[in-house]
Design a protein around this ligand. Structure first.
Ligand code: F6R
Length: 610
């Protein structure tokens, strides 16, 4: 993953790069570094660990140049320490890199044979050596970058500067995102627009195998062979304060609280609030026609987005009566999937950059499928691959653990299920109205359950005594159980498993004792009685139950150590509200245990490597 920031312009680059890296720290936080031209020489400062360590080292440093590059790392090749931190240097070349060089062993062997001294364990440093080797012959940075590209295999994006040419910055993208910010007589090259949004709202998204060559105030785009290409400038309307904590202790807590507004924003373009119906007009003719013809839907995603996809399966099958399969992207791309004619592949990705999901949508297209992307980032790589588009519209999600993007996606999946059903004539006006009314009620229902914030803050110490957590649910609540368990694992580093409640007796029941908490998502739907019988089995074996049910469900309440009532809702929207207490529970457990909530260990938000 890793975050990249480059700057060429009239200002002092150090602070611009550090501020930019702060916005990108969600992409990786093992180590960080910056290189700036100063008095005609490259000055490089790197530090292991979080960005604040680099900042401390930089306090006494000043730079007088106008060109600089910076990087925040998520280690792939080589331990997360200072010598492996970027920028890497070879001679007069400095380089930052995001991605993986697949043929690095051959390159390394070749370089060692020639007597090159390699100072890190990374694949990235090798690229700097290749460029340095070449530039000593060409004396031309662009030419040497192009010559080097032919020698590297993998998915990689690089940003390069040459000490001898302090007015020149070159980037190449093949895989991980790179975006060029176009400012007033200044340019930025960043992994995510957040890193430069303070200075410009005008961006150019590089496609794979494209180069940007910035020289002074001039910027040129070209393909890997150096042939000029025309690129569109996209105006991004995110504001800088969307990436601030706004008084909350953590971004994650702020984003949990933003969910009522996020859901309202996500559904607004699709709903006629006078008739309580779902609009078809913004699907586009192509998709309307497609929804009529499809025989099968495949959902493909990773992590939390995959759990949203699982909810999507229940919604589309039950509302639109179309068979649905769900796939984890990293499995889909290697299982040689059979795609019958008239298959619609729907990818879900908050970032729009997840490497496996991107590869999966490309594979689906090769197999002849039609594609729809649900993402939070318009113009992201996955969005650009798809024919149809739906946007979460939640604004930036900074916390590494996904919250508001998940619930916004669930609201879009309600809309999508109805749209497909409508086009195929499978839904009555009354049923549509019921789904719309339930969706419109979600923001205020979420406000009600946000009051569990205080409750979990107080309960965190007691909950932290449990040795393990088993999350259970049935139907649409099963993916919510999986999502609850994932949140607890990634934030509080506690052992948690999500299970379909009916599967308990096929194995997990053996885990249950007094130290095991059973978190059950059991809103009052058709399956509630079955879930309660499963709980009896767990309770009889000493398990301690934390349950989330609808209203004052006395049966559930009497079995539970902790009972959390939800407002009554239709089955289609229960997951949106039921997940909120689970997010709050994980948040408070992690905070109580003094873990880094926004940047859990070993994780990164945008997983742009396989
Ligand atoms: C968990 C989480 C991850 C992401 C996953 C996919 O809280 O955030 O599991 O959901 O890495 O990311 P996107 O949605 O960007 O493709």
């Amino acid at each position: 993953m890793c975050g990249i920031v480059g700057y060429l312009g009239p200002k002092e680059p150090k602070n611009i790069i550090i501020e930019g890296l702060k916005k990108l720290e969600y992409r990786g936080y093992d180590s960080a570094g910056i290189a700036v031209i100063h008095d005609g020489k490259t000055k490089r400062v790197r530090a292991q660990g979080k960005l604040k360590n680099l900042e401390e080292k930089l306090i006494s440093e000043s730079f007088n140049g106008h060109l600089g590059i910076g990087h925040t790392r998520w280690a792939t090749h080589g331990a997360p320490n200072e010598r492996n931190a970027h920028p890497h240097q070879a001679g007069e070349i400095s380089l930052v890199h995001n991605g993986i060089i697949e043929n690095y062993l051959e390159i390394k062997a070749e370089l060692i044979k020639k007597g090159t001294e390699i100072k890190s364990d990374t694949d990235s440093e090798l690229v700097a050596h290749l460029i340095w080797e070449d530039i000593q012959k060409t004396q031309n940075l662009l030419q040497s970058v192009k010559n080097t590209l032919g020698k590297i295999v993998g998915a990689f994006s690089i940003l390069v500067m040459w000490e001898k040419s302090p007015n020149e910055l070159i980037a190449f993208k093949d895989g991980p995102p790179l975006i060029v910010g176009i400012g007033e007589k200044e340019h930025f090259v960043v992994s995510d627009v957040q890193a430069a949004i303070k200075y410009t709202k005008r961006f150019v998204y590089l496609n794979d195998r494209e180069i940007v060559h910035i020289q002074g105030t001039d910027v040129k785009f070209m393909n890997a062979k150096g042939e000029p290409i025309k690129k569109d400038i996209v105006t991004v309307d995110w504001s800088e304060d969307q990436v601030e904590k706004a008084g909350f202790k953590h971004f994650m807590l702020k984003e949990i609280y933003e969910q009522p507004r996020a859901v309202a924003q996500a559904i607004a373009p699709y709903i006629d609030t006078d008739t309580h119906s779902i609009l078809l007009k913004n699907i586009g003719y192509e998709m309307t026609d497609l929804y009529k013809k499809i025989d099968r839907v495949f959902f493909i995603a990773c992590g939390t987005s995959y759990y949203a996809a699982m909810v999507g399966k229940y919604l589309i099958e039950q509302i639109a009566k179309v068979p649905v399969e769900t796939d984890i992207a990293s499995e889909f791309r290697y299982r040689k999937p059979v795609m019958p004619a008239n298959t619609l592949v729907i990818t879900i990705s908050q970032s729009g950059e997840t490497a496996d999901t991107l590869a999966a949508i490309r594979l689906a297209k090769e197999c002849g499928a039609q594609t729809l992307s649900i993402t939070n980032v318009a113009q992201s790589s996955i969005d650009r691959e798809a024919t149809g588009h739906m946007y979460m519209n939640t604004g930036v999600e900074v916390g590494v653990a996904s919250t508001k993007a998940f619930t916004s996606t669930l609201s879009l999946l309600n809309i999508l299920a109805v749209q497909i059903a409508k086009v195929r004539g499978k839904i009555s006006v009354a049923d549509e109205k019921q789904i719309v009314q339930s969706l419109l009620a979600v923001p205020s229902q979420m406000e009600t359950v946000l009051s569990y914030d205080k409750y979990f803050k107080e309960a965190a110490a007691k909950l932290a005594e449990f040795k393990g957590f088993l999350y259970l649910g049935r139907g649409v609540s099963f993916p919510i159980a999986l999502e609850g368990a994932l949140k607890l694992k990634e934030l509080a580093y506690m052992h948690a498993e999500g299970y379909a409640a009916g599967e308990m007796k096929h194995g997990p029941l053996a885990l249950i004792d007094k130290d095991m908490a059973i978190v059950v998502v059991a809103p009052s739907d058709d399956l509630i009685d079955k879930t309660i019988s499963n709980l009896q089995e767990a309770k009889a074996r000493g398990g301690k139950i934390i349950s989330i049910g609808t209203g004052e469900n006395e049966g559930l309440k009497s079995m539970s150590e902790f009972y959390l009532p939800l407002p009554a809702a239709f089955w289609t929207t229960n997951p949106l509200v039921a997940v909120v207490p689970l997010q709050l529970m994980s948040y408070h457990l992690a905070d109580h245990l003094k873990y880094d909530v926004d940047q859990p260990r070993n994780l990164a938000k945008s997983v742009t490597v396989e």
